[in-house]
Design a protein around this ligand. Structure first.
Ligand SMILES: C[C@@H]1N[C@H](CNC(=O)c2cc3ccccc3o2)[C@@H](O)[C@H](O)[C@@H]1O
Length: 441
């Protein structure tokens, strides 16, 4: 199947196993950017979240606007009708030339990203349409240096990310490349994907080039890796991983490189129980229903800052990171509705980031979500994040807390033990609220 099955770790890849670097485990939040020729039409049906849409509807009514090149080719799809009506059925590559990135300033994007409190930033370098955002080998000018933006967008992002003090990752679509493969549009989960050696070596050379030029801290592969590239060989995936870890010893790779190797697992929108165990996992989603900018999305489709913060706290309380995506406009601007959510996350992290950055699970999951509460632990403190104000009764934590040390942010608050719990009076706070206690080991 095209989508990831549970990857196994063949012996040939065992040499790459290593402890998860603390910089990734403790990061809590990463920011993704999907940006490409698909950002020009920026059009999809806001059908619903991955996991909530029946699979038989998904492809012809794909809410992922970055899938436009596929959706527009499906006979009778609303995207095809839209493409005919608005773009006169023009070739998809016209969007590459129409993509000007006229307002793009990598430092401005990274200022918004850094203000969220994120620890890492990952732009798409090649999505499924095969267009590369740097002058990648073998692309014969079908890239953003030769056409459209006429700029090495990955280089600009890499420099701005380092200048902002964040770790830098690269997203690379290994499993799909609709231009290279020339296959008919995908309409079912198990439709074919490029698997031959020619494509595997082409993709290998891209990953090597990204490593050599941008020294990314994260290799974020997508879908899977072409089967022919998993086998040993001079341009095998193992060679690419070897090169990566040589150049970036504390680098990490995700789990979408086929049956090979991973440092951390991933889930997408839907929380994957098999994936979200321990502390080496990441949940990714758009701020809305799409990764690429979709002009049809309105407030109702987007996570508010409050909802995004609850998602972040929930994921961190269970040991993972949240990789939240921005769909940049073709101009290079952050869509206003998405910017509001990002700014709200930053406000919250300035108040309570100490409860999520560098935090671990506290070792319990609440029985229910009424009232909503999530526990995290940092070196010498335990944090109870609640989403209410007024008198709050925390269920009695297994860990011995010194309730006399209760704090909300910098402010000391009174907390008293009542039958089987701790009563805290939460006043006028930014909700959700992190109530922090010193631990008394
Ligand atoms: C970040 C998004 N990834 C999509 C491909 N998704 C997957 O390969 C996938 C989906 C998924 C769900 C649960 C666990 C693993 C999973 O892997 C890809 O199709 C989207 O356009 C977007 O780039």
């Amino acid at each position: 199947a095209m989508f990831k099955t549970d990857p196994v770790r063949p012996d040939a890849y065992r040499e790459f196993e290593r402890p998860l670097p603390e910089w990734f485990r403790g990061a809590a939040l990463g920011i993704f950017v999907h940006w490409g020729p698909y950002s020009v039409p920026a059009w999809a049906e806001p059908t619903g979240e991955l996991g909530a849409v029946p699979r038989e509807e998904w492809y012809a009514h794909n809410p992922y606007a970055e899938w436009y090149a596929n959706t527009m080719r499906i006979e009778g799809s609303p995207a095809q009708m839209h493409h005919e009506r608005v773009h006169g059925g023009a070739p998809y590559d016209d969007f590459l030339d129409a993509w000007k990135a006229e307002d793009f300033d990598a430092d401005e994007v990274l200022a918004v990203v850094a203000a969220t409190g994120a620890g890492y930033f990952i732009p798409t370098t090649k999505h499924h349409d095969g267009v590369t955002l740097w002058d990648a080998p073998g692309t014969d000018g079908r890239n953003t240096v030769a056409r459209g933006p006429r700029q090495d967008l990955i280089g600009a992002f890499a420099d701005a990310t380092r200048a902002a003090g964040l770790r830098f990752g690269v997203y690379y679509s290994g499993g799909l490349d609709w231009h290279f493969s020339g296959l008919p549009p995908i309409e079912h989960d198990d439709d074919p994907a490029p698997d031959d050696l020619a494509y595997a070596e082409y993709a290998h050379d891209h990953v090597i080039d990204l490593i050599d030029r941008y020294r990314p801290d994260i290799l974020w592969g997508d879908i899977r890796w072409p089967v022919a590239g998993i086998e040993p060989g001079p341009k095998s995936l193992a060679h690419a991983f070897q090169t990566f870890y040589e150049r970036v010893p504390d680098g990490v790779v995700n789990d979408r490189w086929g049956e090979s190797h991973w440092d951390f697992r991933t889930s997408e929108y839907v929380h994957g129980t098999a994936v979200e165990v321990g502390e080496a996992w990441e949940n990714t989603r758009g701020i809305g229903l799409s990764f690429g900018h979709n002009r049809n999305e309105t407030n109702e489709h987007l996570l508010s800052a409050h909802e995004a913060v609850r998602l972040l706290v929930d994921v961190v309380s269970r040991g993972g990171n949240l990789l939240l995506n921005i769909g940049l406009e073709a101009s290079g601007r952050i869509p206003e509705l998405q910017r509001q959510t990002l700014e709200g996350i930053g406000v919250w992290n300035r108040h309570y980031g100490h409860a999520v950055v560098g935090a671990r699970p506290e070792g319990r999951m609440p029985a229910s979500d009424e009232p909503w509460i999530r526990w995290t632990r940092t070196d010498d403190a335990v944090h109870a994040v609640v989403d209410q104000t007024g008198p709050v009764r925390l269920p009695d934590p297994d860990r011995v807390l010194d309730e006399s040390t209760a704090r909300i942010g910098e402010r000391h608050v009174t907390a008293e033990r009542v039958d089987g719990g701790i009563l805290v009076d939460v006043e006028d706070a930014v909700t959700p609220v992190a109530i922090s206690f010193r631990t008394r080991d």
